[in-house]
Design a protein. Structure first.
Length: 302
């Protein structure tokens, strides 16, 4: 099957490369010349303009967007839509907000162009292991794209599925990432407690490796934790600053709007925000208050 890939960053290029390996023809576009050059070495046919991309694909066309969520998606669609024709399909495989996906699907529907939102998980390992794909959109478009999904997924019958109408794919991926926040936080806290139990001088890499087999807490995230400790048991080269892509925030906001209690995901998000405050004013207030009411010692900043 022919596919146009728009956005040849690491994940987009890896997805395109996986498709090429499975016999699909992929024409790729990226605004950056270095990304296009790297794509060419992986068997992807790179072009320097959207007009050229569209002209090289037979109708009806399928175009997969792997660009940053937000304004970049809208800008790409604004430039791309006039080049397309009725029956073409646009797929957004990035981390867009599901409400934006619903809006974009309706706008494209008015022009006869289908929109499919695909929540994509797998990160840098997807090229070899396959991607988990959560797909939203109309059933006809999803069926048309079935060969693409089957090739990107871990297998033709696992790791992917049509989860609902427009927006459902990105909504599901949003919740997926909220759960991921909680799982990561639990592992991080557990290993932190063991790290501070200096009496036992625990080998964290050994413990993570033990848990990988037979344990009820085994997971791919635990596999990655073991790999992390194998590289650096003390993690001294990693700054304690944890970023977030936005989906955790969206998940918490959705839970509040729906009246659903989600304390683990909420606290995990707050912990990430806390990690960025190197000059915590709130902690200074707490230390000062303890001194005011109880005479507790205050550590002065040097």
């Amino acid at each position: 099957m022919n596919l146009g890939m728009i956005g040849l960053g690491k994940m987009g290029a890896n997805m395109a490369q996986r498709l090429v390996r499975r016999g699909h023809r992929v024409v790729g576009f990226d605004v950056g010349a270095p990304a296009r050059e790297r794509a060419a070495t992986a068997g992807i046919a790179p072009v320097a303009a959207l007009t050229e991309l569209v002209s090289l694909l037979p109708a009806p066309r399928a175009l997969w967007l792997m660009v940053p969520a937000g304004d970049a998606v809208d800008a790409t669609l604004a430039a791309l839509t006039p080049l397309l024709a009725q029956g073409d399909i646009v797929i957004d495989g990035g981390n867009s907000n599901y409400r934006d996906s619903q809006r974009r699907a309706e706008a494209l529907r008015q022009t006869g162009i289908a929109f499919v939102d695909v929540g994509t998980s797998g990160g840098v390992w997807g090229l070899e292991n396959g991607y988990s794909l959560m797909i939203g959109g109309d059933a006809t478009s999803v069926a048309t794209l079935q060969p693409i999904f089957a090739s990107l997924a871990p297998s033709a019958s696992s790791g992917w599925g049509h989860v609902g109408p427009s927006g459902a794919g990105h909504f599901t991926k949003m919740i997926h990432n909220g759960i991921e926040y909680g799982l990561m936080q639990a592992y991080a806290e557990g290993f932190a407690v063991m790290k501070h139990k200096t009496e036992f001088d625990l080998n964290l890499h050994q413990i993570a490796s033990i848990w990988r087999d037979g344990s009820v807490v085994r997971s791919w995230l635990l596999d990655l934790t073991a790999q992390l400790f194998a590289k650096d048991a003390t993690l001294t080269d990693i700054a304690p600053h944890v970023a977030d892509s936005g989906e955790g925030r969206w998940t918490v906001a959705e839970a509040i709007e729906l009246g659903v209690s989600a304390p683990v995901m909420t606290l995990s998000l707050l912990q990430r925000l806390r990690s960025r405050d190197t000059e915590s004013f709130s902690d200074r207030v707490l230390a000062g208050l303890r001194n005011e009411f109880g005479g507790h010692a205050v550590v002065k900043k040097l």
